[in-house]
Design a protein around this ligand. Structure first.
Ligand code: ADP
Ligand code: ASP
Ligand code: MG
Length: 450
């Protein structure tokens, strides 16, 4: 095992010169942190996604490109010796300009990944230079030489063996000499094409890199001092959690707690790497430790919210007392690589929600070809604008009275789907997006603020 930590800084942590300087201070005061994984500066990936989706209007395209230049120039102008970093950033901005023009004619997932990766490629040039100016012996490293993935552009999956090999050969020796600053979110496939791990993917990158170098710890530095009982933007009385288990935190991430990308804890769990989540703005406030076993395992731990859900309901009288129907449905979905998230069944129908975490954003869609194939089997109905709310805790399905307490609190809400009992760690339900925050606030008040 390596004796150093990997630290990830999110978009708001590297949003401007002052924010980046706070990251440098954190690195200075944590000498065991040798590998820094950085996101793009706040707002940059959104602008790049806009360009990648194809901005036809030349004037609008120029305005987006100008915003990108402004964000980076504002930081570069505060560096003492920023000429080299500036020329690297301008070269990347030139690439962005030509790719944006190409995307305005015809977009593709491969082009999108090439374009949106530019955010992290730029921020790391600047962050490494800023650290050097603070006296840190820092070097920038292109993670595409290490983080090898498949070719699912927009939601690429890592090749763990290849990534570990490259990390041991290239990164570990470098970290012994210098503090390495590298990109989150991006990787490359076997042909050397740039890939991305999906929106918010820098957390996942950092965990994969920590696993590949066998780091002793993973620090996720963000804009809140740790994981809270729910998103503090939704419920202002949400409270920080000082320690949480991998399973509870994984459930939170899976059910949309934006603080962690859903896959982040998979590599950390595989290698039992302790994870710390804290605020780069207020590091003195401490944060949350995610460990194999937490000291406490309360009945109710946290609430999570995931918007933009699509529910597909399949109905067929033939399903009644018949076998093989669900197998056929899943065969079709698997053939088209459609990942299913929640599912409930009745005698003649099955409702499921579609999973999507890719880079292009937006609600997951049921592709027309899949719909047509399913329609040969049954009636298909698709509903958008839904949200899933999840209550995360311990031993909920074996604890008397918790369902009554939860559903009693929600009696005024129209719940579209309920999943309860399959997991000891969560109870979740689907409802219309327009009332989801209200449901969280009501539940938080009842279960966490008494
Ligand atoms: P970063 O850019 O650092 O990756 P994100 O915006 O992706 O940061 O994630 C941090 C945000 O996650 C917080 O500002 C907060 O609004 C949101 N969030 C959602 N659920 C939680 C939670 N349970 N605890 C803390 N923050 C949460
Ligand atoms: N920059 C990417 C995004 O905004 C990845 C990340 O920040 O985690 O989605
Ligand atoms: Mg994030």
């Amino acid at each position: 095992m390596s004796t150093f930590n990997v630290a990830k800084f999110g978009g708001t942590s590297v949003a401007n010169f002052e924010a980046m300087s706070r990251c440098a201070s954190i690195i200075e005061s944590h000498p065991s942190t040798r590998l820094v994984v950085s996101s793009a500066c706040s707002g940059v990936t959104n602008l790049l996604v806009e360009l990648a989706n194809g901005v036809q209007d030349q004037e609008q395209r120029t305005s987006v490109l100008q915003q990108l230049a402004d964000i980076h120039e504002a930081i570069l102008s505060k560096l003492e010796n920023g000429a080299e970093a500036a020329s690297e950033v301008y070269a990347i901005l030139d690439t962005v300009t030509s790719l944006a023009e190409a995307a305005s004619i015809q977009s593709s997932t491969k082009l999108t990944d090439h374009l949106v990766a530019c955010g992290e490629l730029m921020s790391t040039h600047i962050l490494a230079q800023l650290m050097r100016e603070r006296g840190i012996n820092a070097t920038r490293f292109d993670i595409r030489d290490v983080l090898k993935t498949d070719s699912q552009f927009g939601r690429a999956e890592p090749d763990l063996e290849e990534t570990a090999q490259q990390a041991q050969a290239l990164l570990v020796p470098l970290c012994k000499e210098q503090v390495v600053v590298t990109q989150g979110f991006i990787g490359s496939n076997q042909d050397g094409d740039t890939t991305t791990l999906g929106r918010g993917g820098s957390d996942y990158s950092a965990a994969l890199i920590a696993e590949a170098v066998q780091a002793s710890g993973l620090e996720i530095w963000t804009d809140v001092p740790g994981i809270y009982t729910t998103d503090p933007r939704i419920a202002p009385k949400a409270a920080p959690i000082s320690e949480i288990s991998f399973s509870e935190a994984s459930e939170m991430a899976n059910f949309g707690a934006k603080i962690l990308h859903p896959s982040t804890l998979v590599p950390a769990l595989r290698h039992d790497i302790p994870v710390f989540v804290g605020s780069s703005r207020e590091p003195e406030k401490g944060g949350t430790w995610i460990r194999h076993h937490a000291e406490t395992s309360p009945l109710y731990r946290a609430l999570a919210l995931r918007n933009n859900q699509t529910m597909v309901t399949l109905r067929s009288a033939k399903m009644f007392h018949a076998y093989g129907f669900l197998a056929k449905v899943f065969e079709i979905l698997a053939k088209h690589k459609i990942s299913v998230d929640l599912i409930t069944t009745s005698e003649i129908s099955v409702s499921l929600t579609l999973d999507q975490t890719d880079t292009s954003g937006g609600a997951p869609q049921l592709p027309q070809a899949v719909r047509e194939e399913l329609e040969e089997l049954c009636h298909v109905e698709v509903e958008h604008n839904l949200s899933v709310v999840a209550l995360i805790g311990n031993n909920m399905s074996s604890s008397k009275g918790s369902a009554k307490q939860v559903f009693g609190t929600l009696e005024d809400f129209n719940l579209r789907m309920i999943c309860y009992g399959a997991s000891q760690h969560n109870l979740c339900f689907l409802l219309h997006e327009s009332v989801a925050k209200q449901a969280i606030q009501r539940l938080h008040q009842e279960l966490f603020e008494q």
